[in-house]
Ligand binder design. Sequence first.
Ligand SMILES: [Zn+2]
Length: 101
Amino acid sequence: MGEKPVPIKMSQAVRDLAVDKIKKLRGDDPLLCFSCQDNNWELAPCVVKSPIHVRPLHEHSHSYLMVMVVCSTCGNTIFFNAHKLGIADNSGNVEGIDNNG
Ligand SMILES: [Zn+2]
């Protein structure tokens, strides 16, 4: 049987780290939404897995931990790889995970 999806909630420290790393990617340029052109982003509280497998496609299928950034104006959503941001290790563990919230 498949495992139940468990929300992977980030601690405030990890959220701050993710926001900091994403901001540094752009230098001084604000990250503008390519849908509405606003700079009004919000980091979702949980890390998500992509792609989501509702059943095993094959034995070696992989999901990647992603940080979800949502435009507060229009809802456009972009994803950053949590490993690339340095908040998840190669075993898929996210530092500072807060499972109590
Ligand atoms: Zn937008």
